[in-house]
Design a protein around this ligand. Structure first.
Ligand code: TRP
Length: 333
């Protein structure tokens, strides 16, 4: 009898130990005192505030929400903006890694480069990186490998220049305005140089390192070029109003890499839809949250392009848009 009692006691003790242990592991999944289920933590880092990047971020958050991932409910988003400063980028990336977030979304190339420098294991989804291979983010678009994948917003310098040739024929000298420190821009400028070499055109470069340099860069091109080409450059995009004014003064059409730069006074582009790019970025994040390995998800490139033209800029420059282009184009003011 004594033996039976002692074995019952042993079982009871053992069970309570197991129970306590399970309870403990449950507690570690909660957010502390209130006992709610732990949220999935997502860090979002954006290099700078400009309309295109804001559109992307808003679209990502909206798409996550549409799929049941709502900030403040089952996910916690820590959004940080680096104000176009490399050292801020590093601080933010290090903080995200230190906090051991479940996922990091990096908007634009400089953000992605900074984040992948800090972690080899937290899943990283980059968004709107023009040339992920050239920027050293992945080694292959089809099979990125490691902890990184994302979306690319690559545009074609050739398509934009063919459009330029129809809108403002006779361009011989093209001013290339960009930040040479942005891998995303260098990639498109290299394509522009190839295009120019094939067509026997001349490229005159004007590089900037900050938004403050843009007005001076336009002055350096004035009188030497027939048009300005600026790629999907975060520095230039942040100074679009200055560029638009300076170019109008110099009577130069500005061909740009993104719709938002047309909206901000640039003349025209053949570009992608950034709202869709944001949705695609969120879809990848959702796959990864569902357990998929980022390295197994191919980098997504946007294939649908549209012509965007700023009507006000056209009329201020005295440019008449040919009928066939007008019917295809998305007109902005
Ligand atoms: N493609 C840019 C990069 O790789 C980011 C970007 C997205 C951007 N949309 C833009 C830059 C519009 C300038 C304008 O960093």
């Amino acid at each position: 009898m004594k033996k039976l009692l002692s074995s019952i006691l042993t079982i009871v003790i053992a069970l309570s130990v197991i129970f306590a242990a399970t309870g403990c592991s449950q507690r570690s999944e909660t957010n502390g005192e209130n006992g709610t289920k732990a949220k999935i933590t997502i860090g979002i880092v954006q290099i700078v505030e400009h309309p295109s990047l804001n559109t992307i971020r808003e679209s990502i958050i909206k798409e996550l929400e549409a799929n049941g991932y709502k900030d403040g409910e089952n996910i916690a988003i820590d959004y940080q903006n680096a104000q176009n400063d490399q050292s801020n980028l590093k601080t933010i990336s290090q903080k995200f890694v230190r906090n051991n977030y479940d996922l990091i979304i990096a908007i634009a190339t400089p953000s992605a480069q900074s984040v992948i420098n800090e972690t080899d294991d937290i899943p990283v989804i980059f968004s709107a990186c023009t040339d992920p291979i050239g920027a050293g983010l992945v080694q292959s678009l089809e099979k990125p490998g490691a902890n990184v994948t994302g979306t690319s917003d690559k545009v074609s310098a050739e398509m934009i220049m063919n459009l330029a040739d129809k809108l403002t024929p006779g361009i011989k000298n093209i001013g290339a305005l960009y930040n040479a420190g942005e891998a995303n821009s260098v990639s498109v400028i290299n394509d522009l140089k190839n295009y120019a070499a094939q067509k026997g055109l001349n490229v005159v470069e004007a590089t900037v390192t900050s938004t403050a340099d843009v007005s001076q860069a336009v002055s350096s091109l004035t009188g030497k070029v027939d048009a300005i080409f600026t790629p999907i450059d975060n520095t230039v995009a942040s100074a679009m109003p200055v560029l638009a004014d300076a170019a109008l003064e110099a009577k130069l059409p500005v061909y740009v890499g993104a719709d938002s730069m047309v909206k901000d006074g640039g003349f025209a582009t053949y570009g992608i839809n950034y709202e869709i790019l944001g949705q695609e970025t969120a879809k990848m994040a959702i796959e990864v949250l569902g357990g998929k390995n980022p390295g197994d998800i191919p980098v997504k490139q946007m294939t649908d392009m549209d012509i965007y033209i700023n009507e006000n800029t056209a009329s201020k420059l005295g440019i008449t848009i040919p009928e066939d282009i007008l019917t295809d184009a998305i007109l902005l003011k």
